[in-house]
Design a protein around this ligand. Structure first.
Ligand SMILES: *Cc1c(COP(=O)(O)O)cnc(C)c1O
Length: 457
């Protein structure tokens, strides 16, 4: 390391601005990561932390995985980057073929970009232009679900519906149609079947009224991530898909978070045995190494753009680093490791072990609900377990508990008062046990402090 910890702190304080971060908070508790190994990262003072959120939902095999490092080195000896505009390259082509092979039938074409948000932008523009290209230009609008999150660019926030992130920017956005999402824990009935039926009824009414002007519906399959790790009842996704088919509306599954093994299947949609017209994914695709994202679609949609240039059906979209070779090479190696190390079925088995461990977390007085799908776990913190009343927002319970977790040696980031536990898929049982232990003790500590202060009802 060329700079000392103190020098780095000072440089950061003077010059950096971090994403999704109130810098006033950061300056109180700064953290600079220097290296990583396996499921741990180490800061510039030498303190180690479990990567309890996979560096925001990315990491798969742990840090500094030798095979992934080697794949990048080998690619580097050939070329680091050349453009995908009007030409292709070797790993981008091989990766496309691999992705079509491992995704459910009906996803036949791969369009690359460099983040989840750009993959979503592409999906939206693709859906919009599809209808235009086939002579139905009135289908221009999008349906999204309350609490949905699809990234932070202006198009992606236009189909986002997390009030905290999105309300401020409303004047900048195009208006999408919002339908309810089955957030069972917060539904008055507290009943999954009632909640699900009500959401589907409202979706049907919305489609009935708007289908002629709607290009597509976008949804996060199985788990709304950034909205608060909110799991959907079984069968809901498939019914959404079928309703859209009935009303001639395209469906976009945003598997940016859920893709690549996180839910115990390679893609979350497989849990409900359904396939969209367009799928976006990213995050785990490169094992958490490099920024590659994908938008996949059917041959039918692809063909609607394939024509003589003068017909003006070309998809006018691209980014400087689209199809980057280093990223595609490491993604290919990542997918090879998924097969060699049987990652997905091991996730499914280890998820049962996590569920066992989480029982001791559920019991804590201020834990309202533990939600889990595979390795995606959310813990909703409440002031009152019976009434489900949240802590006052200003207390920042989720944030405070996460700081306590950090003191005890694990990193994560909450969404409001929902704590996130999303360890790298390669985490061993022993590591999982230690991580859950840190989480449990951190919540207990916070709970005990609140009781002393008279804050828990
Ligand atoms: C993280 C996420 C995105 C945005 O991905 P970035 O790579 O951060 O732009 C989009 N959709 C979902 C469901 C996500 O979880």
């Amino acid at each position: 390391m060329s700079s000392t910890h103190e020098q780095l702190l000072e440089m950061g304080r003077q010059h950096l601005w971090l994403p999704f971060t109130q810098m006033k908070d950061y300056d109180r508790d700064p953290l600079i990561i220097e290296s990583g190994q396996g499921v741990k990262v180490r800061d510039t003072e030498g303190k180690e932390y479990y990567d309890g959120f996979s560096s925001v939902w990315l990491n798969v095999h742990g840090h500094r995985k030798e095979e992934l490092n080697e794949a990048i080195r080998q690619q580097l000896e050939k070329i680091a980057h050349s453009t995908l505009l009007g030409m292709t390259n070797v790993p981008a082509t091989e990766l496309a073929a691999k992705l079509v092979e491992i995704t459910p039938a009906g996803l036949d074409r791969v369009f690359y970009s460099d983040s989840g948000a750009t993959a979503v932008e592409i999906a939206l523009k693709m859906a919009y232009q599809y209808w235009r290209n086939i002579g139905e230009p009135q289908k221009q609008r999008f349906i999204t679900m309350k609490n949905g999150y699809h990234g932070d660019t202006v198009g992606a926030i236009s189909v986002g519906a997390v009030d905290l992130f999105h309300q401020i920017y409303e004047p900048l956005m195009f208006e999408s149609i919002k339908v309810p999402y089955p957030y069972v824990y917060r539904h008055p009935s507290r009943d999954a079947e009632i909640c699900k039926a009500e959401c589907l009824r409202e979706l049907r009414q919305t489609l009935e009224k708007h289908h002629n002007e709607v290009a597509a519906l976008i949804v996060e399959p199985l788990v709304q991530g950034a909205g608060g790790m909110i799991t959907m009842p079984d069968g809901f996704l498939k019914e959404v898909r079928e309703l859209c088919r009935e009303y001639n509306v395209l469906v976009i599954f945003d598997e940016v978070a859920t893709g690549f093994g996180k839910t115990g299947k390679l893609f979350a949609m497989e849990n409900d045995d359904t396939v969209p017209d367009i799928m976006t994914s990213g995050k785990g695709l490169t094992g958490g190494y490099l920024p590659i994202a994908i938008t996949m679609t059917s041959e039918k949609i692809y063909q609607a753009f394939y024509d003589d240039y003068a017909k003006m059906k070309t998809f006018f979209h691209g980014h400087s680093y689209t199809g980057n070779q280093l990223g595609c090479a490491v993604a290919l190696e990542n997918l090879k490791l998924f097969e060699q190390e049987d990652i997905v079925s091991r996730v499914a088995r280890k998820a049962e072990y996590i569920a066992e461990l989480m029982k001791s977390v559920s019991e804590i007085e201020i834990v309202g609900e533990v939600r889990q799908r595979g390795f995606m776990i959310g813990v909703e913190i409440v002031q009152d377990k019976e009434t489900r009343e949240p802590f006052p927002q200003g207390m920042r319970a989720g944030y405070e508990i996460t700081l306590e977790m950090r003191r005890r040696g694990m990193l994560s980031r909450p969404m409001g008062d929902v704590l996130v536990f999303m360890p790298p898929l390669a985490a061993t049982k022993k590591e999982l046990q230690e991580m859950v232990g840190i989480m449990r003790e951190s919540i207990r500590t916070y709970s005990a402090e609140r009781q002393l202060a008279g804050g828990v009802k």
